[in-house]
Design a binder for this molecule. Structure first.
Ligand SMILES: *Cc1c(COP(=O)(O)O)cnc(C)c1O
Length: 394
């Protein structure tokens, strides 16, 4: 991994043939600082969002020492990079072997569940351990999220009443969690989730030791401009106050996207142009999965290479390198009209769920990752004024 002052410099030096991925440590510092200083509780970074070692090291060094993991591989990775970090096994469907190893080999005590069967699995696999913190994940509406997670996870309140009573008999501590879906565009989803927790407390007569409001905190994209994150935090704090609990619960959250999105970008090269379609060297089966399958629009800019870039802008679509027709990213990506073979484009906001999704389909795969020091194309942690000059052309 190299270090460059800017994406511009990187391209000038490397003239990369394959896609290159950039990490901006300064962006990670800003996002981690935001959560550490503003969230009224513990912030767990959701490892799946970007499991790159450099990214995780930076997050850890910036004061986030709690991590949400979903598999043994993620646990092993974290124990290697940050042995002192506290890990929470928050997947609600785990195999017995993973639970057993997590507990006995990696000293993990925090586990999530949303069914009786999973609860039994956790109790069996830890040999009825007495030091567990068990998180009951309840269903939460994902109506304001760009990515819905509610079809797979979460107990209904009527199921949850019984589940929490059983869990209470076995756990050292009880948590209740939910997830409002990823890229949640309205803070009200969090207060609704917390209200549901209030409902469950009322019906079960059990107050949790911990309330976990999950992930879903949004980032900024050209066509998705959420309210400031401060509003999300105020909404959460006020909703917790309204529960008027006898004992103040510990509060935790599990941000993924909001921590890493703006810290990463992909640099691609145009291999061919067909009218308004640019054939580039990364795509749906690489870091641009969300662009291809969810039609997410990412911010783009051309890397200056000496040629006069047209002031006329054109909406382009991207075609990825594989032979599959799903390897197509509709966009529109607004770029100078005279782009052509050999031009390099930086695609921003790919620090979340970018590196994660790469495959080797058709033999196209790149693991060329470097650090850069310049500012990201878009940011919600830095003033727009500083960034304006960055947009479209580097
Ligand atoms: C994916 C995930 C997160 C992170 O979600 P973001 O929307 O990226 O913030 C947090 N918690 C759990 C349980 C998850 O599965």
């Amino acid at each position: 991994m190299g270090k460059f002052q800017s994406v511009n410099e990187l391209v000038q030096v490397l003239r990369p043939v394959n896609p290159v991925y950039c990490i901006r440590p300064e962006s990670l510092k800003l996002s981690c600082n935001f959560f550490v200083n503003n969230f009224p509780g513990k912030s767990l970074y959701a490892v799946k969002t970007n499991p790159n070692e450099t990214v995780i090291k930076n997050i850890y060094q910036n004061g986030i020492s709690n991590f949400d993991v979903a598999s043994l591989e993620e646990i092993k990775l974290l124990r290697k990079i940050a042995p002192d970090a506290k890990l929470y096994f928050m997947h609600t469907v785990k195999n017995r072997n993973s639970i057993e190893e997590a507990y006995f080999k990696y000293q993990i005590k925090d586990f999530a569940f949303d069914t009786k069967d999973e609860l039994n699995k956790i109790l069996d696999s830890t040999k009825n351990a007495k030091d567990l913190t068990l998180y009951l994940r309840i269903f939460a509406s994902n109506e304001h999220a760009e990515i819905d997670l509610s079809k797979k996870f979460g107990a209904s309140i009527s199921e949850a009443v019984n589940l929490i009573k059983v869990a209470k008999l076995h756990a050292k501590k009880i948590g209740i969690s939910f997830h409002v879906g990823s890229q949640c565009m309205h803070p009200i989803s969090y207060s609704k989730g917390i209200k549901e927790i209030g409902n469950l407390i009322l019906k079960s007569g059990i107050e949790p030791d911990i309330i976990n409001v999950g992930g879903g905190f949004p980032s900024r994209y050209p066509d998705l401009y959420p309210q400031p994150l401060e509003n999300y935090i105020t909404e959460i704090s006020e909703a917790i106050e309204k529960l008027s609990l006898k004992n103040k619960p510990e509060l935790i959250c599990e941000p993924g996207r909001a921590i890493v999105a703006e810290s990463g970008s992909t640099i691609v090269r145009v291999e061919l142009r067909k009218k308004q379609k640019l054939y580039i060297n990364d795509g749906t089966y690489g870091s641009l999965f969300d662009a291809g399958t969810l039609n997410f629009i990412f911010p783009t800019r051309v890397i200056e290479n000496g040629k006069n870039l047209s002031r006329r802008l054109t909406p382009f679509s991207f075609c990825g390198p594989t032979c599959d027709s799903m390897d197509f990213m509709k966009g529109p990506y607004i770029l100078p009209n005279n782009l052509n073979e050999g031009d390099y484009i930086e695609i921003g906001q790919l620090g979340s769920y970018g590196l994660t999704f790469r495959t080797k389909f058709n033999g196209f795969y790149s693991d060329d990752i470097h650090e850069v020091e310049d500012k990201p194309i878009m940011s919600m942690y830095q003033q727009d004024e500083e960034l304006k000059s960055n947009y479209l052309v580097a």
